[in-house]
Design a protein around this ligand. Structure first.
Ligand code: E4P
Length: 217
């Protein structure tokens, strides 16, 4: 399962990329606004920092302009994935870009039927927003399972990219549902490492070691 960072903040990306466990990055217009950076400058820096897929989102609403924007984003680096909204126009643009061998990530997916359409449109990734579904009183993890089942039944190669992750439990849910990737805020990425028993156990090991008076190096 691939783990992506869901941020346009280059400092966060650099910090976590050092772990060697960051397989890609997703951005969206809100995250770009939050970064306070010029979009293309930030995108280039992210693409140079992480070798895996970097999602960059179009902002047009009609397919023709989305395709133009998508091509421009795609020209920034070989690892750019064009992010498109799950609308009629977005999926038309997805078909056109995919036919041109440009990888697309279809975003703002909230139902299995939408995910089916995205796969038929040639999406390389589908992004179900599980946190926003949970926030609205729905079951985000169940949606991931439904999409996995449908994609497996019909042999779609579209990768399921669990998005809108709020906690390590969401990452567990995504892994158990067979999601191919999950994109996490930097804070949640850090939380994945944490367990109070790990800290407690390490403190005890080190205290006992100290009593031996030995060193390893
Ligand atoms: C997906 O690619 C989106 O950037 C993201 O996961 C949205 O998450 P949010 O619900 O926390 O805004």
């Amino acid at each position: 399962m691939k783990l992506f960072l869901d941020t346009a903040d280059i400092a966060e990306i650099r910090t976590w990329a050092e772990t060697g466990l960051v397989d890609g990055v997703t951005t969206n217009p809100s995250l770009v606004a939050k970064s306070g950076r010029p979009f293309f400058e930030a995108l280039k820096e992210i693409c140079d920092t992480v070798a895996g897929p970097i999602s960059a989102e179009v902002v047009a609403l009609d397919a023709a302009t989305m395709v133009v924007e998508g091509r421009k984003l795609s020209d920034v680096a070989d690892n750019v994935v064009v992010k498109l909204p799950l609308t009629v126009e977005g999926l038309k643009a997805c078909r056109a870009l995919a036919d041109d061998s440009i990888a697309c990530n279809v975003t703002l997916c909230f139902s299995a039927a939408q995910a089916l359409l995205a796969a038929k449109a040639g999406a390389a990734y589908i992004s179900p927003f599980i946190g926003r579904l949970d926030d609205a009183g729905h079951d985000g993890a169940a949606l991931l399972g439904e999409i996995r089942e449908i994609y497996d039944i019909y042999g779609f190669s579209t990768e399921i990219l669990a998005a809108s992750i709020r906690s390590p439990l969401h990452v567990r849910d995504a892994a158990l549902a067979g999601a191919d990737c999950a994109t996490l805020p930097a804070k949640v990425f850090g939380q994945l490492y944490q367990h109070p028993l790990t800290d407690k156990g390490l403190a005890a090991f080190l205290a006992d070691w100290k009593t031996t008076g030995q060193t390893i190096v």
